[in-house]
Design a protein around this ligand. Structure first.
Ligand code: KIV
Length: 282
């Protein structure tokens, strides 16, 4: 498979070929994403909850995100790598936004960064694009602000609210974003907006009219223990077999059933008896 680029994603949209995006947060998940043929890997700030155990995406720091993102970079070659700018790392000023985006490119090897919301984020996106770094926008349900207002609900169920989402999407597109994430938006609203959007739109809970889909790693594989949003589909249920496997290991250790001789290293009998003699003489 050819290495994905901003222009290859645009070509996929033009050709009507759906774009498959997934989150990943470490080296083995990155290698699996590569082997599975995904187009875009996002090291989402959902890492805050899925791998770092925070209650929301708000607390995760740039340094935490950079460590995870660099590990993913070492595991992929083909997909486009997008780093997620965490809450508090880009909102204050264009200077802050560009400096943070540059860290994701220089220290973690990102091909692009993602930021959330319209409003002031539009100007931040423009500044990062002007600094030469591709930006993916994110509208609809934006978890960084949803965590603060406590409203994790779909956005755009009324025409007025959907139109506000559309205005943000258009503004981000005009600011130079190469792609947009649409999160938790009614399928009919997405379908109504698509003809006016020139850049690829990646949906998560936004229906089938989008140019691609994204799912969170732990949701897709059924690893995350918490409640799932309605748009989540588990393509496997790995939490139970993972727990069973660890429990089986614990039981075997306690019963002296693991390790067996086959799991260890041999020593010639004469060397073993010489060692015993040396220890006895000590
Ligand atoms: O952080 C994340 O995982 C995301 C995706 C849900 C798009 O932003």
């Amino acid at each position: 498979m050819e290495r994905r680029t901003i222009s290859s994603l645009a070509a996929q949209k033009a050709a009507g070929e759906p774009i498959a995006m997934i989150t990943a947060y470490d080296h083995p998940s990155a290698q699996i994403a590569e082997a599975a043929g995904v187009d875009v890997v996002l090291v989402g700030d959902s890492a805050a909850m899925t791998v770092l155990g925070y209650d929301s995406t708000v607390p995760v720091t740039v340094d935490e995100m950079l460590m995870l993102t660099a590990a993913v970079r070492r595991g992929i070659r083909t997909p486009l790598l997008v780093g997620d700018l965490p809450f508090g790392s880009y909102e204050a000023s264009d200077v802050q936004a560009v400096a943070t985006a540059q860290r994701f490119v220089k220290e973690a090897g990102c091909d692009a960064v993602k930021l959330e919301r319209g409003g002031t984020s539009v100007q931040r996106a423009r500044a990062i694009v002007d600094a030469g770094i591709p930006v993916m926008g994110h509208v609809g349900l934006t978890p960084q602000t949803a965590a603060i207002t406590g409203t994790y609900r779909a956005r755009g169920r009324s025409a007025d609210e959907a139109f506000a989402v559309f205005e943000s999407a258009l503004a981000l597109q005009e600011a130079g974003c190469f792609a947009l994430v649409f999160e938790a938006i009614p399928a009919a609203a997405t379908a109504a907006m698509m003809p006016r959007l020139d850049v690829p739109v990646i949906g998560i809970g936004a229906g089938n009219a989008a140019n691609g889909q994204v799912l969170v790693w732990h949701d897709l594989l059924g690893i995350y223990g918490g409640p799932s949003a309605r748009f989540v589909k588990h393509y496997a249920e790995l939490r139970r077999p993972m727990t069973d496997a660890v429990a089986a290991y614990v039981a075997e250790v306690r019963e002296h059933a693991y390790p067996l001789p086959m799991h260890g290293y041999g020593m010639p009998d004469d060397e073993a008896s010489r060692l015993r003699a040396m220890i006895a003489d000590r």
